[in-house]
Design a protein around this ligand. Structure first.
Ligand code: CP3
Length: 353
């Protein structure tokens, strides 16, 4: 398993970029920063580009998906593009009935709750991923030396939507299934691992220089359940990806107690949410793991002096780790003033790496 010689990571375009350097624990020329959900409703150009086109439909139109991915890179001077897509796209491409309802999130036509429901799940044909490959190729051709990050949802977060059929607060459905019917849980998590892995691999092979596994809701699990019922599936999702040589990041929210097992699924970098200072996260990980994070999104609306002090504190705490990529502790809220994000980027770039 190797990337083609014309891949941005192989042909000299991105291998020494600030982002990839920091992910590899090498001192970067400037401190890298990007934002989860940097593409999206906070940008007027996004709202304009999306007008009249559904969310999932937009993800499957290569030129539109590429344009939306590039918008925040042009505007903010961030150190990476994050591929515009969604964690439920591999479900959709496999033929599972799913849509994203604005203001709600992913909603399935029929929840997946029984052994028979899981057995009836379709396989994801490799050719169905062609629109994804095409969008990635168009994007990296424009990005030049700025790396593109590909991503996928981790099996637990995907299964949380599949079992509940819609977003939920406590993820009772999947957490109950693990214990009530472990075989069905394993089959479902295995299915989700495989489609996630295919989706992420397609993006990296088509030109993404790094990959992020989003287990947004893993923090609802205790450590024992995480290790027993979830980590093996997350590791499996990365089995076809790890050997490609693109750095891999693992992120979730509320994960302060499971950072070590999240790292142990076989990633290079751990993303930390805003709850745990990065120097403490670094201690919990034994000091050898590059970190990503963790500006509190709530502070984006604070007076500049308050936000600046917070950003400087995040940078200071992050300096403890062998590599640090600045990000938010979760996604950009849709109401964020994009000029604040641009100002945060230039502040971070002005601090010695
Ligand atoms: O810049 C980026 O990060 C763009 C790519 C991206 C999107 N979704 C675009 C999107 C990524 C990496 C995701 C991942 C994703 N999708 C996650 C994991 C990250 C996280 O936030 O925890 C999750 C849980 C989802 C599922 C999902 N998709 C939700 C909960 C929502 C919000 C629904 C709403 O309207 O409140 C979506 C929709 C979505 N995905 C939007 C975007 C830009 C908003 C769509 C719109 O413009 O209406």
């Amino acid at each position: 398993m190797t990337l083609s010689p014309s891949h941005p990571l192989m042909d000299g375009r991105t291998a020494e970029s600030p982002l990839i350097s920091a992910y590899r624990g090498v001192k970067p020329s400037r401190r890298p920063v990007w934002f989860m959900r940097q593409a999206g409703r906070s940008l007027p150009e996004y709202r304009k580009a999306r007008e009249g086109t559904g969310m999932l439909e937009s993800c499957l139109l290569p030129e539109l998906a590429s344009e939306i991915t590039l918008q925040p890179v042009r505007r903010h001077d961030v150190d990476a593009g994050i591929f515009f897509s969604d964690i439920v796209i591999p479900l959709k491409l496999a033929g599972v009935g799913v849509d994203i309802v604005s203001g709600v999130g992913p909603v399935l036509d029929s929840p997946v709750r029984t052994a028979a429901d899981v057995a009836a799940l379709p396989t994801l044909e490799d050719s169905a991923l062609d629109p994804i490959r095409e969008a990635v190729a168009l994007t990296v051709a424009e990005l030049g030396s700025t790396p593109l990050i590909g991503f996928a949802g981790a099996p637990f977060t995907l299964a949380a939507y599949m079992v509940e059929g819609r977003p939920s607060r406590d993820h009772m459905g999947p957490r109950s299934m693990m214990h009530a019917d472990p075989e069905t849980w394993q089959a479902l998590a295995g299915w989700a691992a495989d489609v996630s892995g295919q989706f992420l691999r397609a993006q990296i092979e088509a030109g993404a220089s790094a990959g992020q596994l989003f287990d947004s809701w893993a923090g609802s699990l205790g450590r024992a359940d995480y290790e027993r019922f979830v980590a093996p599936a997350s590791a499996r999702a990365l089995d076809g990806v790890r050997g490609l040589g693109a750095p891999l990041v693992h992120f979730g929210t509320g994960t302060s107690e499971i950072l070590q097992p999240m790292r142990d699924v076989g990633v290079d970098v751990v993303g930390v949410d805003y709850r745990l200072p990065l120097d403490e996260a670094n201690r919990r990980l034994g000091g050898g793991v590059p970190l990503q994070g963790n500006i509190d999104p709530a502070l984006l609306t604070a007076p500049w002096e308050v936000l600046e002090a917070h950003v400087r504190a995040v940078v200071e705490a992050g300096s403890a780790a062998p590599g640090h990529v600045v990000n938010l502790g979760h996604g950009v809220p849709p109401t964020t003033d994009p000029e604040v994000l641009t100002r945060v980027v230039s502040l971070i770039h002005s601090i010695e790496p």
